[in-house]
Design a protein around this ligand. Structure first.
Ligand code: SPV
Ligand code: MG
Length: 546
């Protein structure tokens, strides 16, 4: 079987060093700029000391600690798939600091490090360079050796950077040092020059390339000052890698200065908006879509949490003294108010957002993390009016529930699993109810309940407290589930019904009958018992025994 093995970043860097063409590294100083470099098409990144320190707001004098630089490199490495060559200054100390640096860089996915033959703390090569002392050759060679001996990945590269030209020395000093560094194990040499022409580089390359192949390594250059030199010149000189060393930080400084200045002066974003990338581009660079997809996979589904609207405005006067000072939804069943039992059922399922419309003794209706809506006209209005007060909250998947019911958990579970737009839980065993009080929501359905054949096709035809007995197929238990589309149908129905003069007196069965009359199917999910609505002391006794 063929396996295509992706190259490691260290192997990729080696390939750049061994390329038969001149290759290019582009500067980056952060995860964001590194990503931009990769997207532009570069095969490698120069993690510039100048740029990283500038972006951190400090000088290029080892003011940022080596671990702070390492942190930046880690972000850059995480954000990209191409190799990073870190500008490791002087290695942040002696041979011992150097080998520890290599160890940590390997851990963070950095492919190579470049160290320069100066003294810690270093100064940028373009600042008073001729007063900068160079490292002792043997000390620096020892540092290279320690780095090479310290690496665990055989493909990790160490680039030795020669600063003799920068410090005012000539070709001989350069070549002598170059031989020593190569001898110590350097995988490449970075020849630095601050001239505005490439003459020093060309001269060095020319002399270096006279060496037998087994006594020389690839050359790297940084043409910041001799920027007008055509790349072809470097190619002809046999330069392997050209580093564009600081142009992203310089570009961003210009862009940030202009933008800040403009916004400050104009106190407006109007003329700036089109000159900056859209926020969407920021999200794209951050790979925000990947997180959204992962959330789908790993988080409880966002769209799945749904709302319940509990209609609980009625006093429930048949409960007599028990509802003297509080509504029936707050009457305790075995020590806990009915409302609290209901809410617990809801929350255990995916119904997290609970709205309670209260009316009678509203101050006695309480529950944690619930949104309350008040029907202060509860004495003269019906259930539909109560529900309509939560009209604005009618959106998305929804449970509409009475506030005085107790039921077995599976009823809610099964109802939530239904996929129809509007589904009612209907008790087919309604006749086993021990007493009737004239308030039952009886239903007629498209076909009667049957244990033997599927109920998928059973729909509501009518709901009322008064129905001819022979047409009754069950009793609605006060639980209705709607899909987002079903909720919209309910909402529209309420809006239409609000035009009716008798709207304030209407009940929930009027709502369902209206919906049916509009030819919207209302599905029936049959159950047989396992619920109680607490209307009177009789019901309460049954509920306590439940
Ligand atoms: C850097 O980019 O930090 C360098 C290159 O070391 S230079 O600034 O040209 O010295
Ligand atoms: Mg530097």
């Amino acid at each position: 079987m063929w396996m295509i093995q992706a190259m490691t970043k260290t192997q990729q860097f080696r390939q750049l060093l061994q390329s038969d063409r001149t290759e290019f590294l582009m500067e980056a100083h952060s995860g964001l700029s590194a990503k931009i470099v990769e997207e532009a098409g570069f095969k490698g990144i120069w993690a510039s000391g100048l740029s990283i320190s500038a972006a951190l707001g400090v000088r290029d004098n080892n003011e940022a600690s080596w671990t702070q630089v390492l942190e930046v490199c880690e972000f850059m490495s995480d954000a990209t798939t191409i190799p990073i060559l870190l500008d490791g200054d002087t290695g942040y100390g002696n041979f011992n600091n150097m080998r520890r640096l290599v160890h940590k860089l390997e851990q963070r996915g950095v492919a190579a490090v470049c160290i320069e033959d100066k003294l810690f703390p270093k100064t940028n090569s373009f600042i008073e360079s001729e007063q900068q002392p160079l490292a002792d050759v043997d000390e620096f060679a020892g540092k290279i050796k320690a780095a090479k001996d310290g690496q665990s990945d055989p493909d990790f590269s160490v680039v030795a950077r020669l600063e003799a030209f920068i410090a005012g020395w000539g070709l001989d000093e350069m070549l002598w040092r170059a031989d020593a560094y190569y001898e110590a194990g350097a995988d490449a040499l970075l020849i630095h020059s601050k001239k505005s022409t490439p003459e020093q580089i060309i001269a060095f390359a020319h002399a270096w390339n006279q060496r037998p192949v087994d006594q020389r390594c690839p050359l790297v250059i940084v043409p910041t000052t001799y920027y007008s030199t055509p790349v072809q010149t470097f190619e002809e000189a046999g330069i392997k890698i050209v580093i564009w060393a600081n142009h992203n930080v310089r570009a961003s400084i210009r862009a940030m200065q202009e933008t800040s200045r403009q916004i400050f002066q104009e106190q407006s974003l109007i003329r700036v908006e089109d000159r900056v990338v859209p926020v969407k581009e920021v999200f794209r660079l951050q790979n925000a879509d990947e997180l959204l997809a992962a959330e789908e996979r790993y988080l409880p589904r966002r769209g799945e949490s749904l709302r319940a609207i509990v209609v609980a405005a009625a006093r429930g006067s048949d409960l007599r003294d028990l509802t003297q000072a509080k509504p029936k939804t707050m009457v305790s069943v075995n020590g806990r108010p009915i409302l609290h039992r209901l809410i617990e059922h809801f929350r255990r399922e995916r119904v997290k957002d609970i709205v309670v419309v209260r009316g009678f003794a509203k101050d006695e209706v309480h529950a944690p993390d619930v949104t309350f809506v008040d029907n202060d006209a509860f004495e003269t209005t019906g259930e539909l009016y109560t529900l309509s007060l939560a009209q604005k909250l009618l959106e998305g998947e929804l449970i509409i529930s009475y506030g005085d019911i107790i039921f077995r958990k599976y009823i809610l579970t099964n109802l939530l699993a239904e996929e129809d737009d509007i589904v009612l839980a209907v008790d087919a065993a309604w006749q086993q109810r021990p007493n009737f009080n004239g308030l039952e929501d009886f239903v007629s359905t498209s076909q009667p309940y049957s244990r033997t054949y599927g109920e998928d096709e059973v729909f509501l035809t009518r709901m009322d407290t008064k129905l001819p007995v022979h047409t009754i197929n069950g009793e609605w238990i006060g639980l209705c589930k709607t899909s987002a589309k079903g909720t919209a149908i309910v909402k529209a129905a309420i809006e239409e019904m609000q035009q009716r003069e008798d709207f304030r007196a209407l009940q929930l069965y009027d709502l369902f009958n209206h919906i049916v009359s509009q030819n919207h199917p209302v599905r029936v999910m049959f159950i047989t018992g396992h619920w109680v609505d607490v209307d009177n002391l009789h019901d309460l006794a049954r509920a306590q025994a439940f």
